[in-house]
Design a protein. Sequence first.
Length: 50
Amino acid sequence: MEAVKSNSKNWLWFFIWLGILITLLVVYRQFFWLALPGTVTYFAKSLDLL
């Protein structure tokens, strides 16, 4: 049997990175791309794509 894996930690990190992304987009528009890798990575991990 396969163990059920909880994704709540990955979803939490995704929403934290999304908040950082939106904040950078509003405040420092030229630096918003710095939060893109974290946002995309944790979104993919939350959907079990990685």
